[in-house]
Design a protein around this ligand. Sequence first.
Ligand SMILES: Nc1ncnc2c1ncn2[C@@H]1O[C@H](COP(=O)(O)OP(=O)(O)O)[C@@H](O)[C@H]1O
Ligand SMILES: N[C@@H](CC(=O)OP(=O)(O)O)C(=O)O
Length: 475
Amino acid sequence: MAHATHTVEKIGGTSMSRVHELRDTLLIDDRADLYGRIFVVSAFGGITDLLLEHKKSGEPGVYAAFASGEGDHGWLAALDRASAAMGAAHRVVLDHPGDLERADAFVRDRLVGAKNCLIDLQRLCSYGHFRLSEHMLHTRELLSGLGEAHSAFVTTLMLQRAGVSARFVDLSGWRDTGEVSLDERITGALAGIDAQTEMPIVTGYAQCSEGLMREYDRGYSEVTFSRLAALTGAHEAIIHKEFHLSSADPKLVGADAVRKLGRTNYDVADQLSNLGMEAIHPKAAKTLRQSGVPLRVTNAFEPHDPGTLIDDQPADAPAVEIVTGLDVFALELFEQDMVGAKGYDAALLEVLTRHKVRIVSKVSNANTITHYVDSNLKVLRRVEKDLVERFPSACVSSRAVAMASAVGRDLDGLAVLSRGLNALADAGLSAIGASQGPRQVDVQFIVERDALSGTIRALHRALVESQTQEVARAA
Ligand SMILES: Nc1ncnc2c1ncn2[C@@H]1O[C@H](COP(=O)(O)OP(=O)(O)O)[C@@H](O)[C@H]1O
Ligand SMILES: N[C@@H](CC(=O)OP(=O)(O)O)C(=O)O
């Protein structure tokens, strides 16, 4: 595709479930510049959970049931549930009988194909030379791609029925034969497409020799989106979400209490990704930043609002921009003999890396190293076992806690740590721990899990809402 003045725009899963509400607003509207936009779409909300496992609860989907090897009934039933959910999702979006028939046929073809593939894989691995474990990543990728292929195909049908020259661009590699890199997959699929006269609807999942899910797991949509924006020389990359990028979760503190960020930078976006509130995946942010493509996060349902521009500029003035948080485990290694000894941290990192445990934050002192990790008890039991074997006289423990964080491009001079702790005390809450780095970008508060929501509300009230009121009074 020639480098033209076009945008690359991602629609996330939560918003995709309401894509029919976006047809006459975000997608078509009465805009003169109907074309000149490439859309990268995620699966309809909840579909990937059914194909893999639930992102929050971990409830098994097809992949998890298949990987558990608990017999065919589990994963076959999960596949039926996913098929039914896909049908339900596109019946909300489409109403023309011909489109519904094509969408049903698409789901049947893909899911029957996936079922046969998994049955063949089981048969292949019944021979000793083939190990199922060696094919699980490919299985995960194949299942994931079904969700994005479905939502992109359905969205294309919806737009074509409305008279738009929409084009289904399937990056999922379904029944593909070649080995291609991500860049080759993208450029090959877009070859011959003129975004100035057509509206490409591209699958957020892309099958490629790198294996996107090996490194990014379910963050693949952001990676495909950012790589496509960089490769095609987009003049802006836009992520459309259910809500504006707000000063806290609107569902938690109330839509009236939050405010749209309007402007922030990639440093803050990286902190948000680290805290599980994904404005954008750090790797995707890096791709856009390095290619000089500005990123905008907007509310899909307010298409005329410019949303929040994310670049790498510093703030005009110090301010707490967002309060968010997540459940973590405090993995603590206490060893009296640690004083003056080396190797504990390196060994800890080696074990955590080997068990693919994501580190959110860490603190240490003379004889204790505590990692705050985004993991689960099953994995942490294995980590603890390895650590005790490595350090027999150490005390190793995991504790379920939560981390709330106040984030901003510049927190200097705001006394966020002390004001935050006072806000918790005023709300009858207490922190198990708290820390702030010298870079003044975030302040982390460790609390009991059942106190996280109250903590975020208290911090948002004290550090954002009061700040907004002060600005209003000064105006
Ligand atoms: N700071 C925040 N700003 C906006 N939404 C947030 C924030 N923190 C959490 N959320 C939650 O994130 C949800 C959207 O998450 P996400 O899956 O990223 O949307 P999408 O699937 O549309 O990309 C919203 O429903 C909202 O409740
Ligand atoms: N659909 C996939 C990938 C994805 O990125 O979704 P979202 O854009 O809603 O985060 C998932 O649910 O994980």
